[in-house]
Write a protein that binds this ligand. Structure first.
Ligand code: G4P
Length: 197
């Protein structure tokens, strides 16, 4: 995804050695053409997996999740971080701890929308410590459905998430893998450098 890496290089703002701001195309303003390309790439990577549903989490996972679901021709469901008045009935829930915010949040999905025969592709914008990703996998497993894999737009490979998911046997496809944000520079891990991915 050279287009994505160029966008990160040109528009990303490094806030610290561990935080990259990408508000101009992913987390606040959204670039629809980039999202469409991201959707096509995830659909290509998982084309043989008989995906029946895309699962993501509000809010920034929705754009890449939706475009992926559109390409795969399946529905997208997003986990809610706050209880909604209309989200009643049987809920599948998971607790996720944010190291960044130092708080635990309960995420939920209606049982109606993830069912035992589903083959689920989980999409998210960032993979940092992997807690949101694991919470989404827990919800799929509670539904008795299958996690086919994870599609991540930006993986911060220097944090724990990617190793955590891969060590549990999950397939993780990340479109941009960042090895370091140190010295104010984005250092990508190129595909040729990826071992055991
Ligand atoms: P984890 O789920 O991987 O453990 O992540 P963590 O708790 O560290 O991250 C909490 C929030 O911060 C998540 O978004 C995550 O996507 C986002 N995040 C983590 N690292 C970065 C980063 O370097 N840059 C940016 N821009 N975001 C990062 P969220 O609070 O759920 O936000 P949103 O989806 O509502 O936008």
């Amino acid at each position: 995804m050279d287009f994505l890496k160029k966008k990160i290089r040109d528009e990303g703002v490094i806030l610290s050695d561990s935080v990259l701001k990408v508000d101009s195309f992913l987390n606040h303003q959204i670039d629809p053409v980039l999202m469409q390309e991201i959707g096509k790439e995830f659909a290509r990577l998982f084309q043989h997996e008989k995906i029946t549903k895309v699962l993501t989490i509000e809010s920034s996972g929705i754009a890449p999740g939706l475009m992926t679901a559109l390409q795969l021709g399946v529905p997208v469901v997003f986990a809610r971080k706050r209880m909604s008045l209309t989200l009643a009935g049987d809920l599948l829930t998971a607790s996720i701890y944010s190291f960044t915010k130092q708080e635990t949040n309960e995420i939920s999905v209606s049982q109606k929308y993830v069912t035992p025969d589903d083959r689920v592709l989980i999409i998210d914008d960032f993979l940092a410590n992997g807690q949101a990703a694991l919470g989404l996998a827990e919800i799929v497993q509670k539904a008795g459905a299958t996690v086919v894999g994870f599609g991540i737009v930006i993986e911060k490979s220097f944090q724990k998430g990617s190793e955590l998911l891969r060590s549990r046997g999950f397939r993780v496809e990340s479109l941009a893998r960042i090895g370091s944000l140190e010295k104010g520079k984005v250092q990508f891990i190129e595909e040729s450098e990826v071992v055991n991915a």
